[in-house]
Ligand binder design. Structure first.
Ligand code: F6P
Length: 341
């Protein structure tokens, strides 16, 4: 039988295991493929660290958080990387690779595919910031987790008559903040796409308090208030040289308390949003994406990725993942903002 390799690379995200299961089951049943899984993303490919992935290896995993294969941020385009990838595929008689990953992984997949390596990509990110797909799997789960956490902040905030701030992830996009903020009835949602002055935030907070509410602010990690040059306190750089975000919530705690006189507490939700079980929506989306990726491989559509368009899973060129980030349109922000006041 023909053989395919599967790898998961970049930050993990709820639903990755459902993609693996969808690919392995769909590929075994519908196309007669055999599978191997590489450990820790491209590191496993470069270092020949892999395991067989028969049907039984993926039994019951679609609801499991994390990735059974492990992940890393190893870049396969490092010195000698492309040759090592080719060598590994030759040794293990792999016709192609199914690469499940975010922007960095898909960019590497595109570069490999330009050099003749057979790759199909599956886009993954809790941030929902990839333009080529309507929703990324993992986003719904992250929003659900954030919403549950914010609901809890509300009840303690109400008991103490405090202003509560929840800082959520999302990298340079405000999708998680927008959706979790709408779902939990926040009195202010602060996203990087729409800058507002702290005085305005303080006005929303005060007005909520004056209506007898415990003010609730949801802030995306990359939000920068109007009149300031840079995001608050990036915590150094990650392995791709991108700023590690996080910390705005605590800065806001101090500043809003000063501006409003209302006792304020901030919570940084952090990696809790990436962990744990995927929602049913993400399990279904991820399973369909895994199955479609193997379908694309079987049809020889290498150099492509699978993507959600409306309710359909379609196949688009990998380069489409690499365009501009998908950010929150102004109209979506304005719609949510009607509910603040
Ligand atoms: O892209 C997913 C994401 O969770 C972002 O929302 C966040 O900024 C970043 O990854 C955190 O990365 P790390 O896991 O490297 O701390």
């Amino acid at each position: 039988p023909q053989r395919l390799g599967v790898l998961t690379s970049g930050g993990d995200c709820p639903g990755v295991n459902a993609v693996i299961r969808g690919a392995v089951l769909g590929g075994t049943v519908a196309h007669g493929y055999e599978f191997v899984g590489f450990r820790d993303g491209w590191r496993g490919v470069l270092e020949d660290d892999l395991l067989p992935l028969p049907r039984r290896a993926v039994r019951g995993i679609s609801g499991l958080g994390g990735t059974i294969l492990g992940t890393s941020r190893t870049n396969p385009l490092s010195e000698g990387g492309v040759e090592a990838v080719r060598g590994s595929m030759r040794r293990h008689r792999l016709e192609g690779l199914i690469a499940i990953g975010g922007e960095g992984t898909l960019a590497a997949g595109k570069a490999l595919s330009d050099q003749g390596v057979n790759v199909v990509g599956v886009p993954k990110s809790i941030d929902n910031d990839l333009g080529a797909t309507d929703y990324t799997f993992g986003f719904d789960s992250a929003v659900q987790t954030a919403t549950e956490a914010i609901d809890r902040l509300r009840t303690t905030g109400e008991s103490h008559h405090r202003c509560m701030i929840a800082e959520v992830m999302g990298r340079n996009a405000g999708w998680i903040a927008l959706h979790a903020g709408m779902a939990s009835g926040a009195h202010a949602i602060l996203i990087p796409e729409h800058r507002v002055a702290l005085k305005q935030v303080a006005a929303w907070v005060t007005s909520a308090r004056d209506r007898g509410r415990a003010p609730l602010v949801v802030v995306a990690e990359a939000f920068t208030p109007e009149g300031q040059d840079a995001p608050y306190a990036p915590r150094g750089l990650d392995t791709f040289g991108r700023p590690r975000l996080g910390g705005i919530g605590l800065a806001l705690e101090r500043e809003l308390q000063q501006l409003t006189g209302i006792e304020t507490r901030a919570t940084v939700l952090g990696h809790i949003q990436r962990g744990g079980e995927p929602t049913a929506f993400d399990r279904v989306l991820a399973t369909r994406l895994g199955m479609a990726a193997v379908g694309a491989a079987a049809a020889g559509r290498w150099g492509t990725m699978v993507s959600l368009r409306g309710t359909e899973i379609v196949n688009v060129g990998l380069e489409q993942a690499l365009g501009a980030l998908k950010v929150v349109p102004e109209a979506r922000y304005r719609e949510a903002a009607v509910l603040f006041g």
